[in-house]
Design a protein around this ligand. Structure first.
Ligand code: FES
Length: 136
């Protein structure tokens, strides 16, 4: 899991049904964000097999099953669990604050995405997300 990044708001948690994912485009980086009900998780949106969109996959416990050929990927480690392949996807730290999902992106990715430096403040309660699933 990548750390020392910048927290970016990717949308409201209620904007994603529980146990489903959505793609968030953050500065050209496609990230699959999943609402697991009690938390949110985020991984690279590109399956290491043939690039399937993991955000369209089926959530099974702490894993997502790719919609194209059913490779099973662990949310915690990003590792492919089935088949037994030495492959993985990037994972990103997430947090939910005031109903919004924040993803910590690597510095280089967040610099491309962010118009100004500094951490993104929590949106005001009456401020709707800007685009997509949220306020990216
Ligand atoms: S592209 Fe994901 S399993 Fe083939």
């Amino acid at each position: 899991m990548k750390t020392n990044g910048r927290w970016m708001c990717v949308g409201s948690q209620t904007g994603i049904p529980v146990r489903e994912g959505r793609m968030a485009d953050v500065g050209g980086h496609e990230i699959a964000v999943f609402n697991l009900g009690d938390r949110a998780v985020a991984v690279e949106n590109r399956c290491p097999h043939r690039g399937g969109p993991l955000s369209d996959g089926i959530v099974a416990g702490d894993t997502v099953v790719c919609p194209l050929h059913a490779w099973k990927i662990c949310f915690s480690t990003g590792s492919v669990l089935r088949p037994a392949e030495m492959a993985c996807v990037s994972t990103y730290p997430t947090r939910v604050q005031d109903g919004y999902i924040y993803v910590s992106l690597p510095i280089e990715a967040s610099q491309e995405a962010a118009p100004s430096p500094g951490p993104m403040p929590a949106p005001a309660a009456d401020t709707p997300p800007a685009s997509g699933i949220g306020c990216v």
